[in-house]
Design a protein around this ligand. Structure first.
Ligand SMILES: O=C(O)CCC(=O)C(=O)O
Length: 362
């Protein structure tokens, strides 16, 4: 199948009807491509100016969470509040997830994308409502140009209910992913407590107001790309989450837009996780903390894997900034909405809706 696919022209590649559930996957053909098919080529005006990207540095703060439950908690809370207010992205260390658990998660993700298509046994779907799903690009139905990415999307909560739906192969996938997902959930509670306190609210206020957190992971797989300057792993976008916690594999690729308009590369040290504020914290905090544009670039040397864990309010939650955060200097910025409404608008806009939250502004 792959040979006939490669003999097709680039246009055929874009337009052909799927003869099998795995037809669409870039990872099945990328290693045999010597040029980027036209369906992945961005318009010249949309191509990324990679030479203008600032090298990683102090712009993305590193927060040591070791003291989060001790007498120095106020320092951790202040650092988290400052990071949310400035970059909107930060790195965390001493976060409670062991290097072994993170390495196992990365290994099983790599192994998953190396399985022959017939062994992946997960439903291929372009429908964001299908979970788990193995898919490609971002949302092919709403895109003119595809992203150089495949991904596996896994619901992660409640673990006992969702685990039987996860891929059975490789056999170590489920135990490794379950241990990692449970660890990141503990970290998310810690971070939301710190964010809530940094806004002058009780530690549990934000989580109680938003409802029991939903949790889903993406296993992003960006194959090596023969012409990375023509395409993009994921174009700039904001996350519709409360927060996102991303496990990197050490290959550079994540870039974040700073408040001063510069793009900066994010390159965490070994063991660090990347955290970012999503649209729901922006709405809840009445704009004090803002969701930030970020993107993933690809390269012509090696594949890259990234594992964002998305934390969301439940679909029926009403997202609304509390009265305590509204005053004459901070008038209410967003109308309240149900998460389900936000979710639908986000996916229908594809990544072209970089700022879905604008649709809810007064
Ligand atoms: O791959 C990355 O570093 C970024 C991933 C991302 O932004 C996403 O999956 O939404």
């Amino acid at each position: 199948m792959h040979y006939s696919l490669l003999q097709q022209s680039a246009e055929d590649f874009a337009m052909a009807a799927p003869p099998s559930p795995n037809f669409h996957l870039l990872s099945d053909v990328a290693s045999q491509l010597t040029a980027v098919p036209s369906c992945y080529v961005r318009r010249p005006s949309d191509r990324l100016d990679l030479a203008a990207v600032t090298a990683p540095g102090a712009a993305i703060p590193v927060i040591d969470l070791a003291g989060a439950d001790g007498p120095d908690r106020h320092k951790v809370v202040a650092a988290v509040g400052m990071a949310c207010q400035t970059a909107g992205f930060f790195l965390v260390k001493n976060h409670g997830i062991s290097e072994e658990v993170m390495a196992n998660m990365l290994n099983v993700s790599r192994e998953f994308f190396r399985l022959p298509p017939s062994d992946r046994r997960v439903t291929y779907s372009d429908d964001p409502a299908t979970n788990p799903r193995l898919s490609t690009s971002f949302y092919p139905a709403a895109e003119d140009v595809r992203c150089w990415r495949d991904y596996l999307r896994l619901p992660c909560h409640p673990l006992d209910d969702v685990l039987p739906q996860w891929p059975p192969n490789p056999p170590s996938f489920r135990p490794a992913a379950a241990e990692y997902a449970a660890g990141v959930r503990r970290l998310a509670h810690l971070l939301l407590g710190a964010i809530s306190e940094s806004l002058g609210l009780e530690k549990t206020f934000m989580e109680r107001a938003l409802g029991p957190l939903d949790q889903a992971m993406a296993v992003n797989y960006y194959p090596r790309c023969p012409q990375p300057e023509l395409t993009c792993g994921l174009p700039e976008h904001k996350d519709f989450t409360v927060i996102t916690v991303l496990l990197p594999d050490g290959v550079p690729g994540l870039q974040v837009l700073l408040r001063d308009g510069r793009w900066v590369a994010v390159e965490p040290a070994a063991g660090e996780l990347v955290v970012n504020v999503g649209d729901q914290v922006e709405a809840f905090s009445n704009g004090r903390y803002q969701s930030v544009l970020h993107r993933a670039v690809v390269n012509n040397e090696t594949e890259r894997i990234s594992l964002p864990m998305f934390f969301l309010p439940p679909m029926e939650a009403v997202v609304k900034s509390p009265e305590k955060l509204i005053d004459d200097e901070h008038p209410r910025l967003f109308r309240s909405y149900r998460l389900a409404e936000f979710y639908e608008k986000f996916w229908n806009g594809g990544l072209r809706t970089q700022t879905c939250l604008d649709l809810f502004k007064y």
